[in-house]
Ligand binder design. Sequence first.
Ligand SMILES: [Zn+2]
Length: 133
Amino acid sequence: MDYESLLDNAYEKIEPVEESGRFEVLKVKGHHEGTKTIITNFGQVVSHVRRNPEHLMKFLNKELASSSEISGDRLILSRKLSSTDINDRIEKYVKRFVLCPKCKKPDTELESSGGKVFLKCLACGERYEVHKI
Ligand SMILES: [Zn+2]
């Protein structure tokens, strides 16, 4: 074997570098107003995960036993909550409704068919049934 072909061989053995792929969820920003919690970057959080704002709001209401309303980019929750509480629930939402269980990529969309909701992965093509909120 000459030098050139040795080199070729060596290159072939190099594993493809894995994308440093963990999807980072945006942390909420906000403050308390009396007994309410105002999240000021809700719009950004939602567009980052590419989901419907009402869908995420509904999930948070249920998880945090709160009611809330969307006002522009802001989400106004009826309870005084810590940012940790909210961030934890958004992480949970992302695991359940955004990340593909198989390839862990966030390139997914939700689709409804036959009264069921599916998480469809645009990266690997898998389709999983998810619970309705
Ligand atoms: Zn996938």
